[in-house]
Design a protein around this ligand. Structure first.
Ligand SMILES: Cc1cc2nc3c(=O)[nH]c(=O)nc-3n(C[C@H](O)[C@H](O)[C@H](O)COP(=O)(O)OP(=O)(O)OC[C@H]3O[C@@H](n4cnc5c(N)ncnc54)[C@H](O)[C@@H]3O)c2cc1C
Length: 587
């Protein structure tokens, strides 16, 4: 093994959270920071040639290669898990920028009560109302504490949108149910496409409160506080699963890398696959010493560091901790151990598929362009008489309907499933079809968790990560409740036919849902039931911080990245302002 010279900080991963931390630490301190990313650096101009649906969206050019690293899945602890050999329900990223390169750019904040889910729910509905097998927890952090950091993310990305609650005062045009915001969005909302406009009019006519999706795709040119300028979006429709060819969509490589590139105290090593965090114990105290990685040539290297920051995305974070033997693995039978517990995945379904007489021009679009509403979100409607808790958002977005992914839908009047009649109908309906999507909360349950698979191993002989994950009645009933609402809105949009989503059933690994998979190394107020403290610092290893969605105790309805980045900012503050002065536990 090659022993490398000591650095102050090693950051594992090169995506949103890793590069944000590298930018903050290198800008605000003289620390020597090394970033280790397993993938490659995308070449300048590469995305210009990237409008290739087959290569990027269907063959997953920018995603983690499942033939090199995958996970296994089962629905309950009694089953044997099987490896996922082709990506379906989520799409982990690889390469500098991570999934942040090919994300959509939807920029919701979490609603305030989500951070105190256990206390708020039991306060209102009593202790017996949550499902018997729930594992819901408070975050150990409130919305009020996170708000200033959300505001920093808004400024960093230049999020386009309209406030609904400015410093506690309701303002027109935004989400009236959102948590208070200390400032207005930095750029106006995106242009709204015809299909989304139909949704807005219909939802308003039914008494709901639709608002424009907050977007990092940029409605207009914007210069952020670091002096990085990005242009407004051209609505080409190649955001989700693609890097932005004009740099309008905020991505780690166009928002953070330009700043990091100017700092002499950061080095970014690509093709560096980290396999272990090395730590040692003295009495009760445990200290991380650095990480072991394979470099591009396959040589094993030890990178010693005073501070280790893990930022490899939810599932990779948890696997790295498990493989490194740091923290007690969760055992669902006894409830002991915290590492691996509370695996959740945002519910994402096409609640109503609507067919229209007129073309919708849905080929124009942007990853985060559209109209959404929170009327059936969180606890914004009374659940006393309902057979489920919590909720989610209904929305009509226009992300740029691409021919391979979007071809083939026909209304129910077409009975043929193949042949010329079906083809004719499919061509006719290609641009006359739109989905009203439901994005829902996923509660945490005792039997939804992560551990190391006892059977399947990767090419180095290390166990794969095993996901034990399924929906419960709470999610199924939530979907049953919300689908008729989506159908009602679609009908009010004058859809000629509306096909309702048939129901949730079991967790389906083949249907893309979202890459909003959370938990496994959750944060909390006590070391018994969480892996990291509210500053994302490991309870047992004070010089180890774990960034990203692995810290979420349960899933919001909304997309996670605003919260993930806000927390990374907060952790950077805690490291710079407190930890470096007194390198001990911050909570
Ligand atoms: C198609 C798609 C659309 C999305 N749209 C949205 C959206 O609209 N809104 C939203 O909020 N979120 C969205 N997301 C999710 C968003 O991209 C993630 O929340 C965000 O990127 C998480 O940041 P991260 O730093 O935790 O992980 P990432 O950005 O994924 O970065 C992790 C990095 O770590 C590297 N890595 C992993 N393991 C190792 C290892 N062992 N050694 C070295 N490096 C390693 C990976 O290669 C990767 O570069 C989307 C994701 C996808 C895939």
């Amino acid at each position: 093994m090659k022993n490398l010279p000591q650095v102050d900080v090693v950051i594992v991963g090169g995506g949103w959270t890793a590069l944000l931390m590298a930018k903050e630490l290198s800008s605000r301190t003289a620390l020597a920071v090394t970033v280790l990313e397993r993938g490659r650096l995308h070449q300048p101009g590469e995305y210009l040639a990237g409008m290739d649906e087959l290569d990027y969206a269907i063959r997953f050019r920018m995603m983690q290669d499942p033939s090199q690293q995958t996970v296994t899945l089962r629905h309950n602890p009694q089953q044997r898990a099987l490896p996922i050999r082709q990506y379906g329900s989520f799409l982990p990223g690889s390469g500098v920028g991570g999934a942040g390169e090919h994300w959509n750019g939807v920029c919701h904040r979490g609603l305030p009560d989500c951070f105190e889910l256990l206390s708020r729910t039991t306060e209102k509905y009593g202790t017996k109302r949550l499902p018997k097998d729930h594992a819901v927890q408070d975050w150990g952090l409130t919305y009020d504490e996170l708000e200033p950091h959300y505001a920093r993310v808004d400024a960093l990305l230049g999020v386009s949108g309209k406030a609904g609650n400015l410093r506690g005062k309701q303002t027109d045009g935004g989400n009236p149910f959102e948590g208070w915001r200390s400032s207005e969005y930095h750029t106006p909302p995106m242009k709204i496409a015809y299909f989304s406009e139909l949704f807005r009019t219909a939802a308003s006519s039914l008494g709901y409160h639709p608002f424009p999706i907050p977007s990092a795709n940029l409605s207009t040119t914007y210069t952020n506080p670091d002096g990085v300028t990005r242009p407004g979006c051209a609505f080409c429709g190649f955001c989700e699963r693609f890097g932005c060819m004009i740099g309008a969509k905020a991505q780690p490589t166009n928002t953070l890398l330009p700043v990091i590139g100017k700092r002499k105290n950061v080095s970014l090593r690509t093709r560096a696959l980290v396999r272990r965090i090395v730590s040692e114990s003295a009495g009760k105290a445990r200290t991380a010493r650095g990480v072991v990685y394979l470099d591009e040539s396959g040589e094993e290297c030890f990178q010693p560091a005073d501070l280790v920051i893990v930022a490899t995305w939810t599932l990779n974070n948890v696997r790295l901790l498990l493989l490194s033997g740091i923290g007690q693995p969760y055992d669902p039978a006894t409830g002991k151990g915290a590492l691996g517990r509370n695996l959740t995945h945002q519910i994402s379904i096409p609640a109503a598929q609507a067919f229209f007489e007129k073309p919708l021009n849905r080929f124009m679009g942007a990853g985060a362009s559209g109209i959404t509403m929170s009327d059936f979100d969180s606890d914004l409607f009374d659940h006393t008489e309902l057979p489920f808790l919590r909720g989610g958002m209904l929305e009509a977005s226009v992300t740029g309907a691409r021919p391979i992914s979007n071809f083939g839908a026909v209304p129910r009047s077409v009975t043929a499933r193949w042949g010329s009649e079906w083809k004719k109908a499919a061509v006719h309906n290609f641009d006359r079809t739109g989905n009203i999507t439901f994005l829902g909360e996923h509660l945490a349950y005792k039997d939804n968790f992560l551990d190391l698979d006892p059977t399947y191993r990767d090419r180095f002989g290390d166990p794969l990560l095993r996901l034990t994950l399924n929906w419960r009645d709470n999610e199924r009933k939530m979907v049953e409740f919300v689908v008729p609402k989506a159908v009602e809105i679609a009908k009010a949009m004058n859809a000629a036919d509306v096909i309702p989503f048939p129901g949730l059933g079991n967790y389906d690994a083949t249907r893309y849902q979202s890459t909003h998979v959370q938990g496994g190394a959750i944060m909390g107020a006590s070391p018994e039931r969480s892996v990291i403290n509210p500053y994302l610092q490991h309870w047992d290893v004070p010089n180890l911080f774990v960034l990203g969605g692995s810290c979420f105790p349960q899933n919001f309805s909304s997309h996670p990245t605003m919260t993930i980045l806000a927390q990374a900012f907060r952790t950077a503050d805690a490291i710079v302002d407190r930890y470096l002065k007194h390198p001990t536990a911050l909570a």
